[in-house]
Design a protein around this ligand. Sequence first.
Ligand SMILES: CC(C)(COP(=O)([O-])OP(=O)([O-])OC[C@H]1O[C@@H](n2cnc3c(N)ncnc32)[C@H](O)[C@@H]1OP(=O)([O-])[O-])[C@@H](O)C(=O)NCCC(=O)NCCSC(=O)C[C@@](C)(O)CC(=O)[O-]
Length: 299
Amino acid sequence: MSLPTHVRLVEVGPRDGLQNEAQPITVADKVRLVDDLSEAGLSYIEVGSFVSPKWVPQMAGSAEVFSAIKQRAGVTYAALAPNLRGFEDALAAGVKEVAVFAAASEAFSQRNINCSISESLKRFEPIMDAAHAHGIRVRGYVSCVLGCPYEGKVNAEQVAPVAKALHDMGCYEVSLGDTLGSGTAGDTRRLFEVVAQQVPRAQLAGHFHDTYGQALANVYASLLEGIHVFDSSVAGLGGCPYAKGATGNIATEDVLYLLQGLGIETGIDLDRLIAAGQRISQVLGRANGSRVAKAHSAQ
Ligand SMILES: CC(C)(COP(=O)([O-])OP(=O)([O-])OC[C@H]1O[C@@H](n2cnc3c(N)ncnc32)[C@H](O)[C@@H]1OP(=O)([O-])[O-])[C@@H](O)C(=O)NCCC(=O)NCCSC(=O)C[C@@](C)(O)CC(=O)[O-]
């Protein structure tokens, strides 16, 4: 399969990245991050989550963040909603696109959203109805597509029915998440080959954590499988509160560098993106997780 000429990057740093930080982060710092990212040319930014603050305290100020960001034309600002309550809160905050999130592993589903996979899919149905009524687009996630922190190996055959269920209920795109970051390029190719029998490749995305250092190879393997949407996190921020030891998502800077080397367009300015990542890393007082940003600042 030939490589795409254009790739869309879904920036999940403000949500998937910051949700895992133990220290308090001010609304102003979150807003600055989102604005820096839109100014760097990201066209899709996951800004926050409308989840229980008891489960993920760091996302508690998401409505305030939405009301303070500079919303640029052509940029999608999205939020996670685990249930109808979350969807309604997102709607009240002016959110125009939401994401629902299921898992391919029962144990992770219980730890993350306190219900079984089938209960979660039932819970999403009223969200889909309400979203349809309000003209809101819904993206879907499947976590633990290549491994589960509680159950170990996850087969592509476990992932495909969950992805299909999300697609069938109206998610316009389903992002397959290697939450644990343990998958290899071979696993990734097989995953897309199997899932693409149920959901068109053009409606699938890759979401890779870099715990085992395989994320960039997995992006390349996905490109070879005809996937052209990837989730990534500036400065490699994050992890998952319910996947102990999992590191951040693949750094947006590193994916962008790979794509530029392949002549694939994204519309993102690498220098501005690196500056955004450096700034949030300083705010958090942690090393920048992007290899490209580190190399750039060493020059
Ligand atoms: C789904 C629930 C709410 C179920 O949690 P529950 O305890 O079963 O829910 P409940 O309906 O029994 O409600 C319990 C309390 O939460 C409140 N509540 C109920 N819903 C909401 C809401 N929407 N917003 C705010 N508050 C809410 C509700 O009002 C009640 O408050 P109380 O009476 O105790 O004061 C909970 O498990 C939860 O919020 N989980 C979120 C977990 C999460 O955000 N995980 C991280 C995102 S997923 C991820 O990172 C993976 C991904 C997407 O990046 C891909 C990958 O890498 O794999």
